[in-house]
Design a protein around this ligand. Structure first.
Ligand code: ZN
Length: 317
């Protein structure tokens, strides 16, 4: 009789621990002030994991006399709620609006925590969240598990279709870009000089490319470089006061395209391309090995397709 009793008490222990574990998950979000009225929550430079719960992203908020402007809402409802609570500890002012920079899951799945506030995004971003949001939510659930419990897709309801506006004492400029995603919104607070660049810019971390058009992305980086900003908040990695994050992102993307095009010219197989040695100058970028292989997966078919007619032409000659 002893064994079943021991087994039963073991099961009871597990049942007692399980909900406590799920409830104890916390991102421990701490706002960091980066400029007057301006705060960010800085995520890790890793890829999604069960340990980080998807907190690999930078989100932020600006306090104005007309309320708080939230920029991106993180990877889950849990993150969004923690973010909103952390904002409430800094200011009693209500949320004026949420602005979503693009349609990748680490940037908008916290939207539901901001119910009652209008959520703005570029029209293409709204359409993409409407069509792909649920699949992204499910995929992130597979990658980070319980952190996603209760997360539902909330599609932004307001379309950013102007170049800027005055909110309280802050003048915002909206910069519609492309290349990292099908649509990318950068936001310059002209009052403080802080540029929220979204995932157009990565700092000390390899850029991600699931929806990338590298040519358009490089053009967008040129556009960002023309802007007179004092501080840049990249989508991933630390904030920085000069062009270094733009330079890093551009240099990596230019190399990525070149290495893939050269490999296609040499007739390499995709697996060979994935196993190429990375240049030393990129080895310090966080997640570069894994991100490079993911980028080969994303970009190789298109590059081969582009190169193929030339190869055929040569054979005909
Ligand atoms: Zn991102």
């Amino acid at each position: 009789m002893k064994r079943p009793l021991i087994f039963l008490s073991f099961i009871f222990c597990l049942l007692a621990i399980a909900p406590t574990f799920a409830e104890s998950l916390s991102y421990k979000l701490k706002p960091v002030k980066v400029a007057e009225d301006t705060y960010i929550f800085q995520g890790s430079k890793e890829h999604f994991s069960l340990e980080n719960g998807g907190n690999i992203v930078n989100t932020g908020f600006i306090i104005t006399k007309e309320g708080v402007i939230v920029i991106d809402t993180g990877p889950s409802a849990r993150y969004g709620h923690e973010m909103r609570n952390a904002i409430n500890e800094v200011t009693p002012l209500p949320i004026n609006r949420v602005i979503v920079t693009h349609h990748h899951p680490d940037h908008f799945l916290g939207n539901q925590a901001f119910s009652g506030a209008p959520i703005w995004a570029l029209p293409e971003t709204i359409a993409a969240i409407r069509s792909e949001g649920d699949a992204m939510n499910e995929n992130l659930y597979r990658l980070v598990g319980d952190w996603m419990l209760g997360t539902e897709v909330i599609v932004p309801g307001k379309s950013v279709n102007r170049s800027g506006e005055q909110i309280g004492e802050h003048r915002l400029r909206y910069i519609a870009l492309q290349g990292h995603d099908i649509a990318d919104l950068a936001i310059l607070d002209e009052t403080t000089g802080v540029l929220f660049a979204g995932d157009q810019v990565f700092m000390d971390r390899a850029p991600t490319t699931p929806h990338a058009d590298i040519g358009k992305w490089l053009e967008s980086l040129d556009q960002l470089e023309e802007i007179d900003f004092r501080l840049i908040v990249p989508g991933h990695g630390p904030v920085i006061g000069d062009n270094e994050a733009i330079r890093q992102t551009r240099e990596y993307l230019q190399w990525l395209v070149k290495v893939l095009e050269d490999a296609a010219d040499q007739g390499l197989e995709m697996t060979e391309v994935m196993n190429l040695d990375l240049p030393n100058k990129f080895k310090s970028l966080a997640t570069v090995e894994a991100e490079y292989r993911r980028s080969v997966h994303h970009l190789w078919p298109e590059i081969v397709k582009r190169k193929l007619p030339k190869a055929v032409d040569r054979r005909i000659d």
